[in-house]
Ligand binder design. Structure first.
Ligand SMILES: Cc1cc2nc3c(=O)[nH]c(=O)nc-3n(C[C@H](O)[C@H](O)[C@H](O)COP(=O)(O)OP(=O)(O)OC[C@H]3O[C@@H](n4cnc5c(N)ncnc54)[C@H](O)[C@@H]3O)c2cc1C
Length: 322
């Protein structure tokens, strides 16, 4: 199979992420929002509510994560297509190499192209079921994300981004190797990276310094910080553990004080502190000249909207309840 240049990929392609980061926006920096594919009708309704709320705020782009497994995969491709065709949003589809042969990956890229999606986030993915378990490549698949970037870019006029890790990827032997890998992915043709969620701005700034020092040309490409307003201490602890990163002590202490000593955490107080923390991080990142802010929304609109409003994005009625 050759290039999937499909009429759609070439003619109906959306603006690129880099173009969207440079386009006019209402806040101090562009923002983007990450969604995940819903697993039920209720979750799908929640997703579409969030999508419509954010659409009114003119995000630079939205992205949809990719999960392994047949039914999830089909739903992901369908939802990404609907985001691209039924909204005004520039849509980035995540794509992972997990359990896919190169032929299947080509087919998926073609399916996205048919929906006019030309922005893809190329990821290796984690072993299904246990993100920290042993990674085994598909016998006819790819081993690393840089190969996926090359594959996608060889198929047509696609624009790829990759993942970056402020604290280093948990499988990288050290930060130098981790930086080397990000540079390899950028040299392979990725136009930007989106970071793993982090809660200590210093980690982001050091990553940026490392990439610039390793390769100034690649270091000029946007490193978009991935952030999220914490609304539950228990959930963020689990999330951080699964990604192999850490919750800084100062952040954990503030959240624990809000959570209280009761059998159930005080969700309202945790949420308030989570929104304060995310606002403070956003403001610091903006002052450090980030190219944008990428919010992991978990398909909820309200907490992220509150942060956006506080940092000066025009939320135009987006905070009114549905
Ligand atoms: C912004 C973002 C979005 C994400 N979205 C999803 C999603 O939608 N679905 C999902 O399942 N997961 C997602 N993930 C998780 C991601 O798939 C995992 O973190 C995965 O473990 C790493 O993926 P990668 O693309 O960075 O892999 P790679 O860049 O391939 O790196 C994997 C490991 O291999 C090492 N490595 C790479 N190349 C080489 C080489 N040539 N030689 C030796 N070592 C090498 C790297 O240092 C690293 O330790 C996302 C992560 C981020 C940060």
């Amino acid at each position: 199979m050759g290039r999937v240049t499909a009429h759609s990929a070439e003619s109906a392609g959306q603006p690129t992420v880099v173009e969207r980061l440079a386009a006019p926006h209402s806040g101090p920096v562009p923002f983007s929002v990450e969604f995940f594919p819903p697993r039920s009708a209720d979750e799908e309704a929640r997703l579409w509510h969030a999508v419509r709320v954010f659409e009114r705020m003119n995000p630079a782009f939205v992205s949809l994560t990719y999960g392994a497994g047949g039914s999830t995969r089909d739903r992901t491709v369908r939802i990404a297509g609907e985001l691209a065709t039924s909204t005004t949003l520039t849509t980035v589809a995540h794509l992972t190499a997990v359990d896919h042969s190169v032929d299947e990956l080509r087919g998926l890229v073609g399916a996205y192209a048919d929906k006019g999606i030309t922005n893809l986030l190329a990821l290796r993915g984690d072993p299904p079921g246990d993100p920290l378990g042993e990674w085994v490549a598909h016998p006819e698949g790819v081993q690393y994300a840089n190969q996926l970037v090359e594959l996608i870019n060889s198929l047509g006029e696609f624009h790829t981004g990759v993942a970056s890790f402020p604290e280093g990827h948990h499988r990288a032997p050290n930060l130098a190797a981790d930086t080397g890998n990000l540079v390899r992915k950028l040299r392979a043709g990725a136009e930007y990276s989106v970071t793993q969620i982090f809660f200590d701005v210093e980690h982001y700034l050091r990553l940026r310094d490392r990439v610039v020092a390793a390769d100034p040309e690649q270091g000029a490409k946007p490193i978009i910080p991935g952030i999220m307003p914490i609304t539950s201490l228990a959930s963020v602890r689990r999330m951080v553990e699964l990604s192999g990163s850490v919750l800084p002590a100062a952040v954990a202490d503030r959240l624990a004080a809000a959570a209280g000593d009761g059998p159930e955490e005080n969700r309202e107080a945790v949420r308030a502190v989570g929104i304060d923390l995310c606002t403070e991080m956003s403001q610091r990142l903006i002052s450090e000249g980030v190219p944008g802010l990428h919010f992991c929304s978990l398909n909820f609109a309200r907490a992220t909207s509150e942060v956006l409003e506080r940092i000066g994005v025009d939320t135009r009625g987006a905070l009114t309840p549905a």
